[in-house]
Design a protein around this ligand. Sequence first.
Ligand SMILES: Cc1cc2nc3c(=O)[nH]c(=O)nc-3n(C[C@H](O)[C@H](O)[C@H](O)COP(=O)(O)OP(=O)(O)OC[C@H]3O[C@@H](n4cnc5c(N)ncnc54)[C@H](O)[C@@H]3O)c2cc1C
Length: 423
Amino acid sequence: MSSRPIDVAVVGGGMGGLCAAIGLLKHPNLRVQIYEAAHQFSEIGAGVAVGPNAQRALKLIGDSTEAAYLRLATHNKWEKHANTFFEYRMGMGEKEGELIVAPKNETGQATVHRAKFLEEFIKLVPKEVCHFGKRLDRIEELEGGRIRLHFHDASTAEADCVIGADGIHSVVRKHLLGDDPAANAVFTGSVAYRGLVPMENAVAEIGEEFATNSFIWCGDGASVTTYPVDEGKTFNIVAINSSYEKWEGPSVVKADYSKIAHEFGGWGEHVTKIIKLLDTDETAAWSMWDMPPASTYCARTIAMIGDAAHACLPFQGQGAGQSIEDAFVIESVLGLVEKPEELAYAFRAYDRIRRRRTQEVVKTSREMGEILALRLPAIKNNLDAFKENVQWRMDWMWHRDVDGERREAEIVFNRLRKGQSID
Ligand SMILES: Cc1cc2nc3c(=O)[nH]c(=O)nc-3n(C[C@H](O)[C@H](O)[C@H](O)COP(=O)(O)OP(=O)(O)OC[C@H]3O[C@@H](n4cnc5c(N)ncnc54)[C@H](O)[C@@H]3O)c2cc1C
């Protein structure tokens, strides 16, 4: 055992970074610091769906992270929708309103208000380990193995290892991948219009069943997702147009309602009513990017997790969930490290176990966008094929044994530590 704790720097305090830090704090062999670019930890007010796989990972990280989720989880209101994730329905054309599929799982839909969720995590991290206004500019690998982080405010910090949880424009990823084109996220052709509406307005417009339970409306080249958040006080809308060829300028901008109304002009009555609810000053347009597959998530004593490693489209509700799964596996395996020389083994074990699954999620999330937009060549308007496909792909996502992944990572780590092959 090392005579001093091992210093772990977590760069980025979003859901992935904070969950990793909370997990790392459990291990007496580790000393954690979080470096966040913003002046405080923050998230937007929108909702985020937390699948059963992410719920299990939150429980495994600790009772406190599970309790945070349980305090905030909002479910479908009506008994008949209790175990349903979303009802997928046709949003336009002759089959408008037709139910395509309603995949179910043990908890049904579970959403949380992002900003409130993050607030709960912040309470679990001591203030003295959080450093704000620390935008990482570059990483220097020092002789002897320590890492020096250089921040935009000209300050520096040192650590034995770094976990990059710095999101879609990750500096840590660029350090790890260098000139590889996979170092940068790519525009996916989808733009999401996101809005939050007081629940009473939504009920008045579309009725209680559609406002207080989760639905996805599918149509030519686009989809519209709605669900309740914030204990049912708010109606969350994500209308995604998947027909953009390019995107220029800032990745998130204030939305122009006339443009949204034009883009969703040919949809049926129900979706038209939802789109009308986006006619507020608060609606934002988010260009949607994802990460090409990286050849590795780590090198030596530097690793990346969450969106930095594998940002994906939101069509399967899995980006944050995958960040939380990563956080659990990486904190668990780092908990086994006894001396700085073993850090690289822990990161290789994390990479070995997590890379394949998360890259598959990126790929299938793109496919799911195509399915919802009725464009996946093998499915298009064949609603039976749509149903069958969505059913199994969500089961694959939800039923992953993340504690099994932790055990596998520990096996890989122990083999590397003993000098044994993992190939
Ligand atoms: C429209 C939409 C809907 C979505 N819906 C869902 C859903 O329902 N379910 C789901 O699971 N996922 C969903 N996602 C995906 C989810 O939001 C992300 O996958 C998740 O937030 C990623 O968390 P993260 O911690 O990895 O990254 P982020 O949340 O991006 O956090 C990165 C943090 O790093 C900080 N940072 C960035 N650069 C630096 C730097 N250089 N130095 C220091 N700090 C830095 C940032 O300020 C930020 O705090 C959705 C995404 C979108 C766009």
